[in-house]
Design a protein around this ligand. Structure first.
Ligand code: 13P
Ligand code: SF4
Length: 322
C-alpha cells in the first residue's frame, strides 16, 4: 500500500509515493521494534506482524520479547497488558481509541463495590479488562486457559468471574463450578443471529460450526467446536472437514485461509445487515496509523506504577497456571 505525503515546500521535485510496507520494515529495524498483532486485525496488519496470536499467546510473546519497542496491533487492554509485563519498554498502540466494549462494561468503582459484597470470593478476571480491574483481581485468564485455571482452584473456594458473563457461563458448564458472574458482554459476539446460523447450516450441511466462547448460549449450542482464536485456527487445520462456519470476529479467517487454502470459511452473519462481525475497535488500527505511530513514537501506553504492580501479580499467576 502506498501513501502520498504532502509536498515539502522547499523541494521542487514531486513527492514520491511512500511504500508503507517497506517504510514500516525500515522503522522496525531503526527502533529495534517487534510488531505483535491479534487475529482480529485487518489482513494487511496481520501480514506485517512478527507474531500473530490470541490474547494468551500475545501475553506470552510480550514476556519473552527482546525488542526495545513493542508495536501492538490490537486493542487498548492488550497493549496495556504488554506494558504491565514490560514497564521498561516503549509500548505503542496506533489508535488509543481502540477500546473494547467488554472491558468498558466493567468500571473499576462499580467492580470494587461488587467485590466488597462478596468478601470471601476469589476474583478471576478475563484479560479483556482494564489494568484497574486487573489490579482488583486475584488471577487473570484468557479464553484459551479459563477452564484450566478454574479447574485448579480448590472446590470449596467461591469464585467471582468477570467481566464476560458468556465466557463465565461457558466455563461454569465445563468445570461444574458455580461462579458469581459480572454482567458484561462483547458487542461483536452478542450480535450473531441464531436463525441465520441455522439457515447457513442448512445451506452447507457438511460444514462444521466453530465458535468463540464469548458467544451467547443459544449460539454455542450449535457449535461443533468452541475455542479461543488460536484454538479455532488449530482446529480447522486438524479437522478433516472442508467447510467451516466461523462464529467470531471475521479477521481470524485470514490466517485460516492462509493455513488451509483449499478449505472454505463462511463468516457467521450478525442479526442486522451490518458488518458487525468486525470489531469496530480492532479495525481502528490501519497501516497508515502504524507507520505514523512508529515514525513519531506515539501514542504510547502509560500506566500508574502502583496500578501496574497490582495488575502484574494476577497476570503472573495466570502465566504460572497456564
Ligand atoms: P482470544 O482469547 O481468542 O484472543 O479472544 C480475544 C477477544 O477479544 C475475543 O473477542
Ligand atoms: Fe472487545 Fe469484543 Fe472487540 Fe474482542 S471483539 S476486542 S471482546 S469488543
Amino acid at each position: 500500500m502506498f501513501l502520498t505525503l504532502p509536498k515539502p515546500e522547499t523541494h521542487a521535485a514531486p513527492a514520491k509515493p511512500l511504500d508503507l510496507f517497506q517504510a514500516i520494515a525500515d522503522l522496525k529495524q531503526e527502533l529495534n521494534a517487534v510488531i505483535l498483532a491479534h487475529y482480529y486485525q485487518d489482513p494487511d496488519l496481520q501480514d506485517i506482524a512478527d507474531y500473530i496470536g490470541d490474547s494468551l499467546g500475545l501475553s506470552q510473546a510480550a514476556v519473552n520479547c527482546q525488542a526495545d519497542v513493542i508495536v501492538f496491533l490490537g486493542v487498548h487492554f492488550m497493549a496495556e497488558t504488554a506494558k504491565i509485563l514490560n514497564p521498561q519498554k516503549l509500548v505503542l498502540l496506533p489508535d488509543l481509541d481502540a477500546g473494547c466494549s467488554l472491558a468498558d462494561s466493567c468500571p473499576p468503582d462499580r467492580f470494587a463495590a461488587f467485590k466488597a459484597a462478596h468478601p470471601d470470593h476469589l476474583v478471576i478476571s478475563y484479560i479483556n479488562c482494564s489494568a484497574a480491574i486487573k489490579a482488583l483481581s486475584d488471577i487473570i485468564c484468557t479464553s484459551a486457559n479459563a477452564v484450566k485455571i478454574v479447574n485448579q482452584i480448590p472446590k470449596e473456594q467461591p469464585i467471582i468471574f468477570a467481566p464476560d458473563r458468556n465466557l463465565g457461563r461457558y466455563v461454569s458448564q465445563q468445570t461444574g463450578r458455580e461462579m458469581v458472574l459480572w454482567d458484561g458482554a462483547c458487542m461483536v459476539h452478542e450480535i450473531f443471529s441464531e436463525r441465520k446460523l441455522v439457515d447457513l447450516k442448512v445451506q452447507y450441511p457438511s460444514a462444521e460450526i466453530i465458535a468463540h466462547p464469548e458467544c451467547e448460549e443459544n449460539i454455542l449450542r450449535h457449535a461443533d467446536f468452541i475455542g479461543s482464536t488460536t484454538g479455532l485456527l488449530k482446529y480447522v487445520q486438524r479437522s478433516d472437514r472442508q467447510a467451516f462456519i466461523v462464529v467470531t470476529e471475521s479477521g481470524v479467517i485470514h490466517q485460516m485461509q492462509k493455513a488451509t487454502p483449499t478449505k472454505k470459511f463462511i463468516p457467521a452473519p450478525p442479526t442486522s445487515n451490518c458488518a458487525c462481525n468486525e470489531c469496530p475497535y480492532m479495525r481502528l488500527n490501519t497501516l497508515e496509523k502504524v507507520y505514523l505511530t512508529m515514525k513519531n513514537r506515539t501514542p504510547e501506553i502509560t500506566l500508574d506504577e502502583s496500578i501496574r504492580q497490582a495488575a502484574l501479580k494476577p497476570m503472573q499467576r495466570m502465566l504460572e497456571m497456564s
